[in-house]
Design a protein around this ligand. Structure first.
Ligand code: GLY
Ligand code: MN
Ligand code: MN
Length: 443
């Protein structure tokens, strides 16, 4: 992403602060995996959104006060001995030049933090994440309060920065859309490759490996979240990530995987038969989820909202479950009872962006002060992911037991309606079977 994008975001934040206020953002820290090895570093999404700086343990100070620099980045100093072991650091001088901001050494932190807090009207920071920064700020404010007779001034307000930033992140600009479109393409191709590699006797983690390989070979080193490859009854576990079972002929396999590209997530689910051909029961249930997914996607347009999309999917699912004899009763009653939720056990979708379950309110204050649905506007990106999960022992015919199906795409809201960013992997029964048969023939 061009550095000018981050500069512009900081300017927008400065304009949104109350007069004479300061915003503080902490970078993420490295997380221990075992003894002295760490998980791959992932920057805090909001910190990244405003800084474009990908190192741990930094602090960003942004203010509209005339007596302070508008933007200061506090970061680790250059240290050849540390860098030869643990990797390169930009250091304040290079960071300042590259990121177009003022940068100083992290060792100045307590002094600069005190300077930023003292005399500010309000301090904006993340209040719902427990952080060392929040504790430091609170302690500083108490300290300043005790010293007011000496001319210090404690801010009168602590304001949560998270919703301020969430509102901005909810609507994506052209740069973000371009990245997310590419993340969707790469992830769709990876799913297609997993379908082609799938055979009875292979293991779930081998499909995962194929997907991760394709991500990395296309510039996305990491997945946006731990990939889910659940065959048979493993598919009924929503966040199944063990991915350890052998793939068995006759089972379905549910894959939920997406890459992270330049910080942005894709989030695709597909479900297909291990041996390449759906059984009659599998095909009937699959087609129902697919019909519900189309109905929900068709309801995505400016002015629509998640409640409308949910209603569209639930209407189709309930009619279909009644038709298949999985639910019994009277249609209108079953819809108003939300009877399909027995098997459709999660929401229809979520916002997508720097986080896979991205920030952004689902409900907003309505005209009468009540809470109303957040209306879709062009630039929002969201998932549509209906699913049905029928574990063994469910009050249905046994032919449905252990079937787990989810179909998930990523949709950009456009002025005309929507643009599906993840059409690069098939979801029609015939197209999936053809792709898998062609792969079989080639081996
Ligand atoms: N991969 C998590 C989700 O689909 O929400
Ligand atoms: Mn998903
Ligand atoms: Mn999702």
């Amino acid at each position: 992403m061009e550095n000018s994008v981050f500069v512009q975001r900081r300017q927008q934040l400065i304009a949104a602060l109350k007069p004479g206020s300061v915003a503080l953002l902490s970078a993420a820290s490295e997380q221990s995996r075992s003894r002295d090895t760490e998980y791959p570093f992932r920057q805090h999404s909001d910190f990244w959104y405003y800084s474009g700086f990908n190192e741990p343990d930094a602090l960003l100070i942004i203010t509209n006060r005339a007596d302070l620099p508008a933007v200061q980045l506090l970061c680790r100093e250059k240290d050849p001995a540390q860098e030869v072991w643990h990797g390169r650091r930009l250091g304040p001088a290079v960071a300042a030049e590259q990121l177009q901001l003022q940068a100083v050494a992290l060792s100045e932190k307590s002094q600069l933090l005190q300077q930023a807090i003292n005399g500010s009207t309000a301090v904006y920071l993340h209040l719902t994440e427990s952080s060392a920064l929040l504790q430091q700020v609170t302690e500083q404010m108490q300290h300043l309060k005790q010293r007011e007779k000496r001319g210090d001034k404690a801010p009168s307000q602590l304001i949560d920065l998270a919703p301020v930033t969430a509102e901005k992140r909810l609507v994506k600009d052209q740069n973000e859309i371009a990245i997310m479109r590419r993340a969707g393409q790469i992830s769709a191709e990876a799913h297609s490759r997993a379908m082609q590699l799938c055979r009875p006797g292979r293991f779930e983690y081998q499909l995962e490996a194929e997907i991760l390989h394709h991500f990395a070979m296309n510039g996305a080193r990491h997945p946006a979240y731990n990939s889910i490859v659940g065959s048979g009854d493993n598919g009924c576990i929503l966040h199944y990530t063990a991915n350890s079972s052998e793939l068995k002929a006759g089972d379905l396999v549910l894959i939920d995987a997406g890459c992270e590209l330049a910080g942005y997530a894709a989030d695709i689910s597909r479900t297909f038969p291990v041996s390449g051909k759906f059984s009659k029961a599998q095909a009937e249930l699959y087609q129902l989820v697919l019909d519900a997914q189309y109905a929900a996607c068709n309801a995505v347009a400016p002015g629509s909202n998640f409640a409308k999309v949910t209603a569209a999917a639930e209407q189709v699912l309930t009619e279909g479950l009644l038709g298949l004899g999985i639910l019994q009763g009277e249609l209108e009653q079953l819809i108003s009872d939300k009877a399909c939720k027995q098997y459709f056990i999660h929401g229809i979708g979520h916002w997508l962006g720097l986080d896979v379950h991205d920030v952004g309110a689902y409900k907003i204050a309505g005209a009468a002060g009540d809470m109303a649905e957040q209306p879709f506007v062009p630039g929002m990106v969201l998932t549509i992911e209906p699913g049905l999960y029928i574990p063994a022992g469910s009050p249905t015919d046994r032919c449905w037991w252990d079937l787990a199906i989810r179909i998930e795409d990523n949709l950009l809201v456009t002025a005309e309606g929507h643009d599906n960013l993840t059409t690069g992997v098939p979801k029609e029964i015939e197209a999936i079977e053809q792709l898998m048969a062609a792969a079989d023939a080639g081996n």
